[in-house]
Ligand binder design. Structure first.
Ligand code: PLP
Length: 228
């Protein structure tokens, strides 16, 4: 059975190869290990293999894991990457370092009010929906600027960039087009003056394409931990 350490090596090699194909430095891409559904002990194993940044989707599950790994709290960066409802913002503001899924100003305002004073500002990304499906989370590209400007004015949040979860597809051209559309939104916000450094896109199946389209943070679950 593959260990997490060997999977981590494989994923790192995939990232490095993709970077070298497009002339990017490997250290321009951050790997976020998506540990949803896996127990705290699996996260601990990944930590011992050198991984420090973890993404979680479900608030209660994440809180339990963060508590079980309290001894590592200072060394782990916890990222909330799942949809966030307003009744969960307080615990998220208290427990996480990052939130990737801001798609409404109301959620951002609540996180801003609830971020404890003794913690640094919460690092956040705006989730953009470039697939145009009504059912999916994320703001439409033409609403991204207004939301980004409003979020960047909140003192207890620090807007870092844009996150996207493109619709799954096996068509490489469509995959590339969706990732490219996110990149265009990200670049446009920067041109409009927002000091962004994080483009959060790319998962196990499309991480190479995401690196080619400029992703700076890959959110990888299955390729590290196995099937859920
Ligand atoms: C589950 C999940 C991932 C990881 O997906 P894999 O295909 O397992 O790598 C990345 N981002 C989000 C938002 C997810 O929910």
């Amino acid at each position: 059975m593959a260990t997490i350490a060997s999977n981590l090596q494989l994923v790192t090699a995939r990232i490095n190869q993709a970077c070298s194909r497009v002339g990017r430095r490997p250290d321009s891409v951050t790997l976020l290990a998506v540990s949803k559904t896996f127990p705290a002990e699996t996260v601990r194993e990944a930590f011992h293999a050198g991984q420090r940044k973890f993404g979680e989707n479900y608030v209660q599950e994440a809180l339990d894991k963060i508590a079980a790994l309290a001894d590592l709290r200072d060394q782990i960066e916890w990222h909330m990457i799942g949809p966030l409802q307003s009744n969960k913002t307080r615990v998220v503001a208290e427990a996480f370092d990052w939130v990737h899924t801001i798609d409404r100003l109301k959620i951002a305002q609540r996180l801003n009010e609830q971020r404890p004073a003794h913690l640094p500002p919460l690092q956040v990304c705006i989730q953009v929906n470039t697939s145009g499906e009504a059912s999916k989370s994320g703001v439409a590209p033409d609403e991204a600027l207004a939301l980004a400007q409003a979020v960047s004015a909140l003192p207890r949040l620090r807007l870092r960039g844009v996150m996207a979860l493109p619709a799954p597809t096996t068509d490489p051209a469509l995959q590339k087009a969706q990732l490219h559309a996110v990149r265009v939104v990200f670049d446009d916000l920067k041109i409009k003056g927002l000091p962004l450094d994080t483009l959060s896109m790319g998962m196990s199946a499309d991480l190479e394409a995401a690196v080619e389209e400029g992703s700076s943070m890959l959110r990888v679950g299955t390729a590290l931990f196995g099937n859920r």
